[in-house]
Design a protein around this ligand. Structure first.
Ligand code: C2G
Length: 133
């Protein structure tokens, strides 16, 4: 049985997130998810997530196929997380294509295509627009 690890913010959960988690899980028999902290999110996107890191972790944990969740504090600590959670495969969305290849000495690194036409940013823009219409 292979162990898979993946990372993300998973704010305002949508089908793109769910499909990514299910496709990641299908590559092995166990899925660990690193949910980025509010502080990490702010440093990488200059945005405060709508849901707190604790709510985002609770929501991700409730998805079928997700076996384990933890808080991702830093993008640079992936090696530590891969070792700690004994991951055989690191899965990332292809918006990160090539960015984590250097962890290939610890595990297999796989980039999966994102679901097109949906994103938290677009959803929030639609919600704002319909609220002010
Ligand atoms: N995703 C997807 N399709 C979308 C939107 C997102 O497949 N339409 C995937 C992303 O590729 C990622 C996961 O869902 O694998 C989580 O996406 P985000 O919450 O946007 O994660 P991100 O902020 O990119 O965090 O260590 C790196 C990170 O913490 C990545």
């Amino acid at each position: 049985m292979k162990r898979v690890i993946t990372f993300g913010t998973f704010d305002v959960l949508h089908v793109g997130h769910v499909r990514m988690l299910q496709r990641a899980r299908a590559l092995g028999g166990h899925l660990t998810v690193g949910v980025s902290t509010d502080a990490l999110n702010f440093s990488k996107k200059q945005k405060k997530p709508v849901y707190s890191q604790f709510d985002r972790m609770e929501i991700v944990k409730a998805i079928a196929g997700v076996d384990e969740v933890f808080l991702e504090h830093s993008l640079e600590e992936k090696g530590e997380y891969i070792k700690k959670y004994k991951a055989d495969i690191l899965v990332m969305g292809n918006d990160w294509e090539g960015r984590f290849d250097h962890w290939g000495h610890l595990c297999q690194v796989v980039y999966l295509p994102r679901t097109e036409g949906i994103s938290t940013t677009e959803l929030l823009a639609e919600i704002r627009a319909s609220a002010s219409a």
